[in-house]
Ligand binder design. Structure first.
Ligand code: GDP
Ligand code: IMO
Ligand code: MG
Length: 438
C-alpha cells in the first residue's frame, strides 16, 4: 500500500474494525472518511474489547496517526467518551486529529432522528438514533455547524442563534415535545469544543504532507456498500456515501492516491434494520449464525438478521467500489454446519435477476437461487488459531474451495481471512502473493 481503502461490501458489520486494526500495523495514517457514531467497529486485543464509533480503528497503534476526516459527522459527546475509554486502557489517543471541516451532531439532530423515523411509517430504516440523517441533511442544506465553529465560541453562538429557534419549530412541526435551550446548548457545546480544540486542524493539509512523503495511508470506511445513500437499499440505508470513492471527498484527496481497494466480506450476510433481505434465514441456521457470530448491534445491541452470502450483492459491490482485494471474515462462524449455501442470483416474476435491483418492490419479491458447498468438519477455536498461525495451506479443503469460489466470483484477490475475533486470528494471504510476484 501507499493508500488502501477498506470498505464494507454488504450491510455493515462485516468486521472492518478488526481488518483496519490489523492493517494499521503497516500504516502511517488511518483516516475515517464518512458516517458517524452509527458505526460500531470492534477491535479485540488480548482480553480488551474496544467498540469504536468515531475513533479510527488504528488508534491503538501508537506510531500511526489517526484522522477523523471532513466527511464524518461527529458527536463530540461520543468522541470524548471514547477518548476517555481508550485512555483508561492505557492508550494515549495523542495520535488523533480531527478535521476542522467535519460536521457536528447536535442534540436537536438526535431528537429529529427519532421524530423523522416515527413519521416515516413504512419508509423507516430502523436508524441507530444517533442523529446521522438530520446532521447530513443540515450539511447538504447548509444549516450545519462544523468543527471549526465548535472551537470558536463567537461563531458557535452566532450559528446557534439562528439554528436553535429554527430547529424548535421543526420539532414542533413533527409534533415533538422537546424544548431546546439556547444557553444550555451553547455552554455545553462550547465546552466540548474547548476540550477537543487541540486536535482540530486542517487534516487535508496534514494528510497531504504524509502522501507527498510516500507514507502509507489506510482509509477506513463505515457502514457498507448496500447502506450507501446512492448505491444502497434506498430509503433503508444510511445518509452518507459508503463506497470507496467517498474516501476522496471525505478525506480531501484525489483518486490517484488510491492504489488498493479492499472489500470486507462476511462469510454470510447480516443486517440490522429494516428492508428486503432475499437470502435471510429465519430458521435454526440463521440462529446458528446469530448466536455463534455474536450478531447483535455494536452500537444499539439490536439482534442482527442473518442469512447466506449473496453474490448478487457482492458482484454489485465489486463493481461500484472497484474492488482489488477482499478480506473474508467470520469463516469460523460457519463451523459445525452441514453445508454452505451461496445465493448466486434471484428468481423474480418467472425470470432470473443477476443485477441488484434498485426497486425495493422488486427486491422484496426476489427469491434466492442457491448453489451448495459442502462444509468442513468442525475445526473449533483452538483449531482455527492453529490455522491462523500456519496460513492458508492449513485450511480444511472445503474452506479453501469456498474462499476460492468467493474470490473468483467477486473478481478480487483473496487478501485476508478472519477466523476469530482476536487481532491475531487472521490468515494473511498478502505475504504469499508478494513472495510469488518477486
Ligand atoms: P464492523 O462494523 O464492520 O467493524 O463490524 P462489527 O465490529 O460491528 O461486527 C463484527 C463482529 O464480528 C465483532 O464482534 C467482531 O469482534 C467480530 N469479528 C470480526 N472478525 C471476526 C472473525 O473473523 N471471526 C469471528 N468469530 N468474529 C469476528
Ligand atoms: P458499521 O460501520 C450496520 C443501519 C441502521 C439503519 C440504517 C440507517 O458498524 O458497519 P443511520 O443511523 O445510519 O441513519 O441508520 O443503517 N446502519 C448500520 N448497520 N452497521 C453499521 O455501521 C450501520 N450504520 C447504520 O441500522 O438500518
Ligand atoms: Mg459495526
Amino acid at each position: 500500500m501507499p493508500a488502501t481503502v477498506v470498505i464494507g461490501t454488504q450491510w455493515g458489520d462485516e468486521g472492518k474494525g478488526k481488518v483496519v486494526d490489523y492493517l494499521a500495523k503497516e500504516a502511517d495514517v488511518v483516516v475515517r472518511f464518512q458516517g458517524g457514531p452509527n458505526a460500531g467497529h470492534t477491535v479485540k486485543v488480548g482480553e480488551d474489547i474496544f467498540r469504536f464509533h468515531l475513533l479510527p480503528s488504528g488508534i491503538l497503534r501508537a506510531r500511526t496517526m489517526n484522522i477523523i476526516g471532513n466527511g464524518v459527522v461527529l458527536d463530540p459527546e461520543v468522541l470524548l467518551a471514547e477518548i476517555a475509554e481508550v485512555r483508561g486502557k492505557r492508550y494515549s489517543a495523542d495520535n488523533l486529529r480531527i478535521s476542522d471541516r467535519a460536521h457536528v451532531i447536535m442534540p436537536y439532530h438526535r431528537i429529529l432522528d427519532r421524530l423523522e423515523e416515527e413519521a416515516k411509517s413504512g419508509m423507516k430504516a430502523g436508524t441507530t438514533m444517533r442523529g446521522i440523517g438530520p446532521s447530513y441533511e443540515d450539511k447538504v442544506g447548509r444549516f450545519g455547524i462544523r468543527m471549526v465553529d465548535l472551537v470558536d465560541p463567537d461563531a458557535l453562538k452566532e450559528k446557534l442563534g439562528v439554528l436553535v429557534p429554527l430547529k424548535q419549530r421543526m420539532i414542533q412541526a413533527f409534533r415533538g415535545v422537546d424544548i431546546l435551550s439556547m444557553e444550555e446548548t451553547f455552554t455545553k457545546y462550547m465546552d466540548y469544543g474547548q476540550q477537543l480544540r487541540s486536535k482540530v486542524t486542517d487534516t487535508g493539509v496534514l494528510l497531504h504532507s504524509y502522501i507527498v512523503k510516500g507514507k502509507r495511508v489506510l482509509f477506513e470506511g463505515a457502514q457498507g456498500t448496500h447502506l450507501c445513500i446512492d448505491h444502497g437499499i434506498y430509503p433503508y440505508g444510511t445518509s452518507s456515501n459508503c463506497v470507496s470513492g467517498a474516501a476522496c471527498t471525505g478525506a480531501g484527496v484525489g483518486p490517484g492516491v488510491i492504489d488498493d481497494v479492499m472489500g470486507v466480506v462476511k462469510a454470510y450476510t447480516s443486517r440490522v434494520g429494516t428492508g428486503p433481505f432475499p437470502a435471510e434465514l429465519t430458521d435454526e441456521i440463521g440462529n446458528h449464525m446469530q448466536s455463534k457470530g455474536g450478531e447483535f448491534g455494536t452500537t444499539t445491541g439490536r439482534p442482527r438478521r442473518c442469512g447466506w452470502i449473496d453474490m448478487v450483492m457482492l458482484r454489485y459491490s465489486a463493481r461500484v467500489n472497484g474492488l482489488d482485494s477482499i478480506a473474508v471474515t467470520k469463516l469460523d462462524v460457519l463451523d459445525g454446519l452441514e453445508e454452505i449455501k451461496v445465493c448466486e442470483s434471484y428468481q423474480y416474476d418467472g425470470g432470473i435477476v443477476k443485477d441488484f435491483p434498485a426497486s425495493m418492490k422488486v427486491l422484496s419479491r426476489c427469491k434466492p437461487i442457491y448453489k451448495t458447498f459442502p462444509c468442513w468438519k468442525e475445526v473449533g477455536e483452538e483449531g482455527w488459531r492453529k490455522v491462523a498461525a500456519k496460513g492458508f495451506t492449513a485450511m480444511p479443503p472445503e474452506a479453501k474451495k469456498y474462499l476460492t469460489y468467493l474470490s473468483k466470483s467477486i473478481g478480487a484477490k483473496l487478501a485476508l481471512v478472519g477466523v476469530g475475533k482476536r487481532r491475531d486470528e487472521i490468515v494473511d494471504m498478502r505475504a504469499k502473493a508478494r513472495k510469488r510476484s518477486r
